[in-house]
Design a protein around this ligand. Structure first.
Ligand code: XMP
Length: 317
């Protein structure tokens, strides 16, 4: 059986031996995998690990600043790079989900490459790849790859001639969490729901504008904070809000409104391959819907997604 302490001891020794005095660059995403990989590398090589955390402008509300602070508190050598404008420019006018993913993937590589070039003598690229990612990228020629290209499970762009170091490539997700716990990483960070690399871009159906991003961030924050306040967050595998490209009629006081519809989605799953919609309490849904419509300007209707995967997917794009 898997013992996190022994794993940490072995992998840290192995990383020290393998990397020596070389420098490593690693992209942090705010997720569990890249964080645990970074802490392990930091334990092995200290300040020779250079972490880069990119704000693509499509993260949850306040997430970039909050997570950047957490990383610094953890002693990681991390640089936060706000590239929001660059991503939003690249996305302007794009409506097709795969076109959005490709644009985001491309800009991410550009930003990361620019940053990596500011460092001298880097020899390695650290990655938080876990075992299921390894399997998925081996079978990437299969039908699922043509359904959605998961941009963060590609290879290395070949202009970054770096060797790859992946401390977690033999581990499953629950093992990564246990390693994280052994390393003293915050429970809140370890228990965070999965969040897609393209972020809110694939939860804003159709084209993306800064206004839509900010509406969705507000809606999502109300939903996620509500789940936490009601003790529901840890019972759900993944949750989020989707901004639909339709307006619907409503009334506000004596006025007719014609505003946006948002969908809420919460699923149970073990690996994201299949998923069931969660039977959230009606009282909670009622409260959340009222709060969203009262507080978020531009939204006058909330619906709840009751589709399971398959045949629906977790994300709407
Ligand atoms: P679907 O929508 O395919 O999602 O049922 C399954 C899981 O994968 C996540 N997902 C992505 N993650 N880049 C990512 O990093 C992507 O392009 C992407 N698309 C979906 C989704 O959030 C869910 O956890």
């Amino acid at each position: 059986s898997f013992t996190p302490n022994a794993f940490v001891e072995d992998i840290v020794a192995e990383l020290k031996e393998k990397i020596g005095n070389d420098k490593v660059v690693l992209g942090l995403s705010g997720g569990v995998d890249s964080t645990v990989a970074a802490v392990l590398l930091n334990k092995a090589i200290g300040e020779n690990l250079y972490c880069i955390f990119v704000n693509n402008g499509l993260l949850r509300k306040n997430e970039f600043d909050a997570v950047l602070h957490q990383y610094k508190d953890m002693g990681l050598n991390v640089k936060g790079v706000d590239a929001s404008a660059r991503f939003l420019d690249a996305l302007a006018g794009l409506e097709d989900p795969e076109a959005k993913r490709k644009a985001i993937g491309r800009v991410f590589i550009e930003v990361f490459d620019d940053e990596a070039h500011l460092l001298t003598d880097v020899k390695w690229l650290g990655q938080g790849t876990i075992y299921p990612d390894v399997i998925e990228s081996i079978s990437v020629k299969g039908p699922s790859a043509t359904i959605k290209s998961h941009h963060n499970v590609g290879g290395l762009p070949d202009f970054m001639k770096l060797q790859v170091v992946e401390p977690l490539r033999m581990l499953f997700k629950d093992e990564v969490r246990r390693v994280g716990k052994t390393l003293g990483i915050d429970d809140e960070l370890l228990g965070r729901h999965p969040f897609p690399g393209p972020g809110l871009a694939i939860r804003i159906l159709g084209d993306i504008t800064p206004e839509k991003v900010s509406i969705l961030q507000e809606v999502d924050a109300i939903f996620i904070n509500g789940l936490k306040e009601h003790g529901l967050y840890d019972k759900v595998w993944q949750a989020g809000a989707i901004l639909l490209p339709v307006n619907s009629v409503g009334v506000m006081g004596d006025e007719r409104t014609y505003e946006k519809v948002v969908a809420l989605r919460a699923v149970e799953s073990t690996d994201g391959m299949t998923a069931d919609w969660v039977h959230l309490p009606y009282e909670f849904l009622m409260k959340t819907s009222n709060e969203i419509i009262n507080k978020v300007k531009g939204v006058n209707r909330v619906v709840y997604d009751i589709s399971s995967k398959p045949p629906a997917t977790i994300e709407w794009e």
